[in-house]
Write a protein that binds this ligand. Sequence first.
Ligand code: GLU
Length: 285
Amino acid sequence: MPEKSAKPLLRFAPSPNGRLHLGHAYSALYTWQAARLLGGTALLRIEDIDPQRSKPEFTAAIEEDLHWLGLDWPEPVMVQSERLDDYAAAGNRLRDRGLLYPCFCSRAELMATATGTDPDGAPLYPGTCRHMDRGEQIERLERGDPVQFRLDIEMALDRTGMLTFSVVGPLVTDRPQLRYARPERWGDVVLQRKGMPTSYHLSVVVDDAAQGISHVTRGRDMEAATDIHVLLQMLLGLGSPIYNFHRLILDDTGKKLSKSRSSETLADLRAKGWTPEDVRRAVGF
Ligand code: GLU
């Protein structure tokens, strides 16, 4: 965690798998406003560890859209696909302590055996591979079976004990409140994906620490995932930033805007004649 006297650092961390829409504009404007209120700086970070979905042209488009909105950030921009060695090192530290185990389950097996759903509504992993015999683990690893590494959440919580973190409201300069984390709701999350030394959760925790982020501003849809991040920070000895969860911009049907629902992008709006001021007004700035 940065020293008390250190300048507050925030970040906007989009994934370049599409153009930005009004939801991203809100999140970015919110982050830059919070940085201003705190007398700090907002950084841009590109979260492009999904090789199937991330495209360099979207990174360029994100930067263009943010500049169009009047936002600036210090260079160089942190790009996750350039940091795989750092994530692998963090993952290996957890593996060395016996906290990760190899999981060979396919998506179909997971769907068929799930014991419920996680806070995002995805199937909850029942721990099928958790107690696999070491001999079988080695045999399958040597054979090159597709493998991902999961965190043994029970063992992890035994090591950390009760976890708390600090949450601050929309007035980010207010006194933060303490909250309890309940990462067990997620089951044994994947920390190293098939063919990847990392996952969203691991990268985000390693990078927030590497950049010295003091305040994480993110949408309320990321509130539950923060519990996993707090657990990983404790396991890796990284310290936790202060968190703030902002409202989401919803469409006419009350659903969160998203690329998959083909929400109108900032580029579409700009082509229709919208100005940056129109975008600010539309999302309440
Ligand atoms: N990269 C994530 C996204 O595009 C969010 C980053 C975070 O707050 O951890 O939604």
